[in-house]
Design a protein. Structure first.
Length: 234
């Protein structure tokens, strides 16, 4: 029987608000696991799975293994650019979120899918690779790095189109991915994206030469996510 993933489209939401929602959903799942551990005989419903979709106002977020020096501007310049900043508990380094991105936060209990975090990251990447293929964009992976890349086999041309960073606690996931659809790439100039200084960042618009239909991208992504994770979307 397939797992059911509840999709919630939050629209444009401030980063901290979306983070709080993820943490609350994770806590609910962790509390259920703790109760089950204390009372193994107790019959409980399975932990629910969610996929939150949204866009954020301009924001830089730093992962727990990231370096502050990868933020290249000061507080005043961030204020001028109307961009906020958060230190987060996800993996990875610094990245940018803003209008024109597809941001997806899966809150999944991987014990109901597969207990393999590497496979989880590759599955997230695959859902984006398959989405981009529908638009004629051939994407793949860059050895030693997470996310989705174009021309990853040509070092001097490799560029990232989708960044990823997650947190997993007792196999429950939060945080996720950000696909650049029609994002303003200039905001990446003020950071060292994902801590990688010798690679560029791109977007679907930049590659195709026109603004993509963001609702279409979202719809295709949900289909591909469902296929890759063999889940029913509700």
């Amino acid at each position: 029987m397939k797992n059911t993933v509840t999709v919630e489209d939050l629209g444009i939401v401030e980063y901290g608000e979306a983070w709080d929602k993820q943490e609350a959903l994770m806590k609910t799942g962790l509390d259920k696991k703790a109760e089950k551990f204390k009372n193994p005989e107790t019959t409980q419903a399975q932990i629910a799975h969610y996929l939150l979709l949204c866009q954020h106002p301009h924001v830089y977020t730093l992962g727990k293994s990231g370096a502050m020096e990868h933020l290249l501007i000061n507080d005043q310049r961030m204020k001028d650019l109307s961009v906020t900043f958060y230190k987060t508990n996800r993996g990875g380094d610094i990245t940018y979120h803003g209008p024109g991105q597809l941001v997806a936060y899966p809150i999944l209990d991987l014990e109901q899918f597969f207990t393999d975090l590497g496979k989880y990251m590759r599955s997230l990447e695959e859902s984006i690779i398959l989405t981009l293929k529908e638009f004629g964009i051939e994407a793949g992976r860059l050895s030693g790095s997470t996310g989705v890349w174009l021309d990853s086999d040509i070092p001097e041309k490799a560029r990232k189109i989708c960044a990823m960073g997650v947190k997993c606690s007792r196999w429950i996931t939060i945080h996720g991915l950000a696909l650049n659809m029609n994002a303003d790439l200039n905001y990446f100039n003020y950071i060292v994206p994902c801590g990688i200084s010798d690679k560029k960042v791109t977007s679907m618009e930049n590659e195709l030469g026109y603004k993509v239909n963001e609702e279409k991208v979202k719809s295709i992504f949900l289909t591909k996510f469902s296929e890759v994770f063999e889940a029913e979307m509700a």
